[in-house]
Design a protein around this ligand. Structure first.
Ligand SMILES: [Zn+2]
Length: 245
């Protein structure tokens, strides 16, 4: 649903012009790890706003069949099911202690295989812990269209000033900013960052882990996720999956 009633951000006419010209700024929201039940419980929220997301799954082979079925349903809803490593190892650490070949052979190829055996074809990858290096990027991009890293956020720097998280038709390596509790970003700051996507006519990348009201570091309260999806929808941001960037 698109609303043109945006007096609070004063971007209504700019948005209208852009919509008629066909170019749309967007938001790509992704989720990491294996919180399938929590993600699945967001289905109603996603459908309310026509939102699409990307789920980067680790430890896929350890998931119960019920979770795999839930991922299939999320995929059928139009979301992207992507890859986050077989055992969630830190790529940079593992490669420096072993080798790049060993990393691909133990963490990447068997993980892709196990997803394929269940009918998923992951096209994109996100780095566990965000730990990466250019030669690992290069190797992984032979197997993935996009690989997603983690933007370094600081309390003192506003998300809207982080040019690294805004893209326009970008393949390869991209970075997302975290919205979990641990990053200490207020809803207002995240909204301001999305508003900047409209201004810059780009897609902003945001990511989370577990959607939960628990007071855990790597959790995003459901109310925060809903508020940012609602804001993105009202601001006319298109919901991109990572593979669509
Ligand atoms: Zn992770």
């Amino acid at each position: 649903m698109i609303s043109f009633n945006l007096p609070e951000i004063g971007l209504g006419s700019r948005l209208l012009t852009r919509l008629f010209l066909g170019a749309r700024p967007g938001v790509a929201i992704s989720f990491d790890d294996a919180y399938v039940n929590e993600w699945y419980s967001l289905r109603g929220l996603f459908s309310r706003y026509g939102a699409k997301a990307t789920f980067f799954v680790s430890n896929f082979d350890l998931l119960p069949e019920e979770s795999i079925e839930r991922l299939r349903i999320l995929q059928d809803d139009g979301h992207e099911i992507a890859f986050h490593g077989l055992r969630h190892v830190s790529a940079g650490k593992f490669v420096s202690e072993n080798s790049l070949d060993k990393y691909l052979e133990s963490e990447i190829f068997p993980g892709i295989d196990t997803m394929k055996q269940s009918g998923f074809s992951p096209l994109t990858f996100s780095y566990p812990y965000g730990v990466r290096a250019p030669h690992i990027d290069e190797a992984l991009l032979k197997y993935f269209k996009h690989i997603r890293g983690v933007a370094c956020t600081q309390k003192s720097k506003k998300l809207s000033g982080l040019s690294q998280i805004y893209y326009k038709r970008k393949k390869g390596l991209v970075f997302a900013a975290g919205v979990d509790n641990v990053y200490g970003k207020s809803l207002e700051e995240i909204k301001d960052a999305m508003k900047m996507a409209v201004v810059r006519e780009k897609t902003i990348l945001l990511y989370a882990h577990k959607t939960s009201d628990e007071a855990c570091d790597y959790c995003t309260p459901v109310s925060r996720m809903e508020a940012l999806i609602e804001y993105a929808s009202n601001a006319g941001l298109k919901f991109f999956r990572i593979k669509d960037l």
